[in-house]
Each structure stands twice: as C-alpha cells, then as structure tokens.
Design a binder for this molecule. Structure first.
Ligand SMILES: Cc1cc2nc3c(=O)[nH]c(=O)nc-3n(C[C@H](O)[C@H](O)[C@H](O)COP(=O)(O)OP(=O)(O)OC[C@H]3O[C@@H](n4cnc5c(N)ncnc54)[C@H](O)[C@@H]3O)c2cc1C
Length: 287
C-alpha cells in the first residue's frame, strides 16, 4: 500500500510525483489517459514557463523523458469517487480501488458544458487530434485565450479558421491578440448568437445563427468548443481551496483543479512541489 496517491499526470500531478521521487517517498500516479502532459499538448507556443520555450508537444516530450529517467510510472486509471473512512482517503477507479494516507488531487479542468443546440460530444475540446490535419476548415467557438491559442495552432497547419465571438473583439492578451489579428487564415464572426448547430449527413458541422443583424449558415470540417473551463473537483464533491491544503487531513489539491480557468503552468508546477514538500514534512514528523 503506497502512502501517497496522485490523481492526474498533468503539470501539477507530475511535478508532485517528481518531487516525491527526489524526497524518497513512494507514490502511485494515476491518470485516465495513462500518460503525462494533461492539457499541455494543446498549447500552441509556451513562452512564460522559465527554462522552457517551445510547443506544448515539445514540453510533453520533456515530461515523457523525465518519467523514463526517474522511473515515474503513470497508471492508466480514471478516478470516479473519493471518500473518507477509517481516517484514510479512499479512491475508487475504473479498475480497482486505492486506500491511502495522503492524496494529491490534480485532475485539472473540463470544458464548460454547451446548451442542447450543440451536437454534444462530437465537438472537440482541444486541438491535439488535429495536429496532422492541414487545409481543413475549422470553427472555434469562443475567442478567449484558449480559442485564440487553438486558432494559431491550426493556422500554422494551413487550416482556414473562423473564431465565433460573443462581442466584437477576441478577449485574449497582448501578443496572442496581435498574432491572431495578423493571420490571413483566421477570420472572426462577431456578435455571434447561435440558432442551430448540427452534424450533416456528410459529417460536416453546420453552424447557423446571427452575426449582428445578418443570418448565416457556415460549414466546417471540425468544430472546437473553447467557451471556458471549470474545475473537475466538483465531481468529487471537493470544494477548491485558496491554497493546496484542504480541510481533510492528508488531502491536497493542485493546479488548474484548484484555480479553474486562471491556471498557468508555473502555478501548477509550484502547487505540485508544495504538496510534495508538505507531505514529506508530515511524514518525517511522524517517523
Ligand atoms: C490552449 C491552451 C494553451 C495554454 N498555454 C499556456 C501557456 O502558454 N503558458 C502557461 O503557463 N499555461 C498555458 N496553458 C495552461 C496550462 O496548460 C495549464 O495551466 C496546466 O497544464 C494545468 O496543469 P494541471 O496539471 O493542473 O491540469 P491538466 O493539465 O488539465 O491535467 C489534469 C490531468 O488529470 C487527468 N484526469 C482528469 N480527470 C481524471 C480522473 N477522474 N481520474 C484520473 N485522471 C484524471 C487528465 O487526464 C490530465 O492528464 C494553456 C492552456 C490551454 C488550454
């Protein structure tokens, strides 16, 4: 039985695992995808994470290299419930249960659910599956940081991208804004109000609605939902805390799961480190 179970092998969970390895504490790292990286491979270009500059795929490769070098195994398990009994933390998964003294929950965020006029699961939540698709027509719903980042990722692959905006301008920051505005193969549908979105018989995504006073219907090869992200902690009935410590002895939360859509890589990495150091401190105090 391991003393520590980590849920999620994104930046937060992986950083906790790496630090626990350095500190000589045994742990089990669970991730529903069974590989490190989490959201990272979706990032078009990472510039604010000191010590690294490159694409999300390149940073994920670094994590894979580290997992081999430091023997960090990612067990493919989806955690479906977390409960407390006999002063232990119990984690229910799709393939067996775990009981532990310490747990780090770092399951990140999920896309905001869309109204019923959208074709549900058919809409993509990210861009990783489109990495080899060039020349496609792609609609991105939402012009915030993620929507603009996705548009640039696809524009670099010679796709024709249209971003659907609620207002008249993308809501992303400085460089991203200038970059997205300067690309010829990224266009905007301003003041967008959807009326119907569906998949046609020939597997095209049809978006109809209003832009200002005009009615329109557009057809895409793929459609991406970038309307915002919410913490996955709610599914475990755990309220995000202001720091990594929770009211439950031994239970920690880290990364985007704690911060919601405000998360950044540096914060996720810092959270993971802090969890590991706090757990180590507690273990040696009890020795
Ligand atoms: C398009 C885009 C671009 C970005 N660009 C930047 C950037 O340039 N710079 C920057 O600092 N940040 C950027 N970010 C934000 C950054 O990617 C995140 O802050 C960071 O990756 C969050 O790490 P995390 O470990 O908290 O969560 P995640 O990366 O979401 O990892 C969570 C992990 O938990 C796993 N998981 C979820 N539920 C379960 C479950 N029930 N059981 C088991 N496993 C589970 C998931 O499979 C996933 O691997 C970007 C984000 C996006 C979407």
């Amino acid at each position: 039985m391991s003393k520590v179970v980590i849920v999620g092998a994104g930046m937060a969970g992986f950083s906790a695992a790496l630090q626990l390895r350095r500190l000589g504490i045994e742990f089990i790292l669970l991730d529903k995808k069974g590989e490190p990286g989490g959201l990272i491979p979706n990032a078009w270009r990472i510039e604010n994470y000191i010590g690294f500059e490159g694409t999300g795929f390149e940073l994920q490769d670094r994590m894979r290299e580290k997992s081999i070098k430091y023997g960090i195994e990612v067990l493919k398990r989806k955690v479906t419930d977390v409960f407390f009994a006999d002063e232990r933390i119990n984690l229910v998964t799709d393939d067996g249960n775990f009981s532990t003294e310490y747990a780090v929950l770092a399951p990140g965020t999920e896309n905001r659910k869309l109204p019923s006029l959208w074709p549900g699961e058919d809409i993509l939540n990210g861009v990783t599956t489109l990495k080899d698709k060039s020349g496609k027509k792609i609609g991105v719903i939402g012009g915030g940081e993620a929507g603009c980042d996705h548009a640039l990722f696809l524009a670099d692959r010679n796709c024709e991208v249209e971003i659907f905006l609620r207002g008249s301008n993308p809501k992303c920051s400085g460089d991203l804004y200038n970059n997205v505005k300067s690309r010829k193969n990224i266009r905007f549908v301003e003041n967008f109000i959807p009326s119907k979105i569906f998949v046609s018989e020939n597997k095209k995504y049809i978006v109809s609605g209003y832009s200002g006073c005009d009615n329109f219907q557009k057809e895409f090869d793929f459609l991406i939902n970038a309307t915002g992200r919410v913490s996955r902690l709610a599914m475990f009935d755990i309220i995000p805390s202001t720091g990594v410590v929770t009211e439950r002895q031994g239970l920690y939360v880290a990364g985007d799961a704690r911060l919601g859509s405000l998360g950044q890589l540096g914060i996720a990495a810092g959270d993971g480190l802090e969890c590991a150091i706090k757990i180590f401190g507690d273990i040696i105090k009890c020795r």
